[in-house]
Design a protein around this ligand. Sequence first.
Ligand code: UDP
Length: 501
Amino acid sequence: MAPTQQALAAAAMSEPPHFVLVPLAAHGHLIPMVDLARLLASRGARVSLLTTSLNARRLRDGGVTDKAARAKLLLEVVELPYSPADYGLPPDCQNADMIANNAQMLPFFLALRDLAGPFEAYVRALVPLPSCIISDWCNSWTAGVAACLGIPRLFFQGPSCFFSLCDLNAAAHGLHEDREPHVVPGMSMCVKVGNRRAHGFFTSPGCNELRQDAVAAMRTSHGAVINTFLDLEEKSVACYEAALGKPVWALGPLCLHNRDGDDMASRGGDKGGVSERAIVAWLDKQAPDSVVYVSFGSVARKLPKQQFEIGHGLEHCGRPFLWVVKESELASPESRMWLENLEARTSGRGLVVRGWAPQLAVLSHRSVGGFVTHCGWNSVLESIAHGVPVLTWPHFADQFLNEQLAVDVLGVGLRIGVTMPIMILNDDAAAPVLRGDIARAVSELMQGGEEAEERRRKAKEYGAKARRAMEKGGDSYERLTQLIESFRHAGGKEHCSGVTA
Ligand code: UDP
């Protein structure tokens, strides 16, 4: 007997909601969206995460798919065909960390934009159409397909809500175009932006169209997902929601979904030169809150003159340090030799990780008492979530405003004192931060004085609030429940002809 219409409808209603996630291919965007994918799946949703082959391989190597399968989660990683050669890029240029120089930045984004065709083909083939698409703010090419098929779409905003609000308000008043800094209206404190400082994303030459597309896609979305929590940024979330005129889902800190050592160690990049076990064994030997962790995220690269100053600064500060140096920063034999000598001189007190460090495993270790960070939002939030105060050294994009939030609003940070952004990728600052200033600032962060203790106390307090936010009954936990329920019975209904063909 054929199933009745009613039975078919009931079966469709009992299906888990299907979320299609489309992260930007850059660690700072991909990592939190993978956390989000795992979180959604752990709460009973079906999740398909779409990315290119190299990123999919990294996720598989990191155990994301195997662990999901073992836990019987409905989480799949789907590869979209990607053709970087069409834009003169090498085949492995599939993630921002594989971009060799600044000239490759625009072609990289243009090549990613061509994923719109394969994305459309994938979505159209789904029966039924997905309940909701969550795509990175930068992936505006998902908007047309979602609109055409009537699928609700949320945009994922990677940076702090403080930055996102400021960026939106600055754009509304045309402040990005101005070279001189102006006060941004609608903020809870005095924030100045201009295109030479705190300038946001897609502001380099040639990227204007990408920025306009991203802003237009925000306007047509059904809301924003943001990696923060209300006890940290309640005012900014409320103002951002009002300014957007759409719901803002604060679901973080997403990193706290990683609870066991294995999950923490396998997030992001390819394995580093020192194993996670060796790093943790080294940290185990250090006193509580004594180690300063130094890392500048996945994209920014320091030139040798700045590396030398950092190395000598850490040597002179006299404290235990764990320093992450990228392979791309060790291109010359002189740099490698210099680093080996430094390691020999600081042996036992310092540990240098070449390549990729298991950052969450480091920040969650009791011996880590401070973090010298470039202020990528994930790094700042991961530090706060683990109660670790920060020494702020912003480079570009949202990082200066994340610094302002950490230092002036939250009171968990100390400035190293840089004031001007540098070019994305290579640290081309005319005057490097000098070793004496680095040693002094690290000592100030790590010492036991009143101000340092106050920063540490606040960081630990926010860390406790962050954990509560992610537990059952916490703000972020309950907001995720609402999000899943809001889209449970949503989904595409339209049958339009092709968007990208
Ligand atoms: N990360 C890591 N190991 C590294 C470098 C980075 O695990 O050696 C992770 C870090 O934990 C964070 C992300 O990569 O989740 C970097 O994001 P962030 O927003 O801090 O900076 P970006 O790389 O986007 O500049």
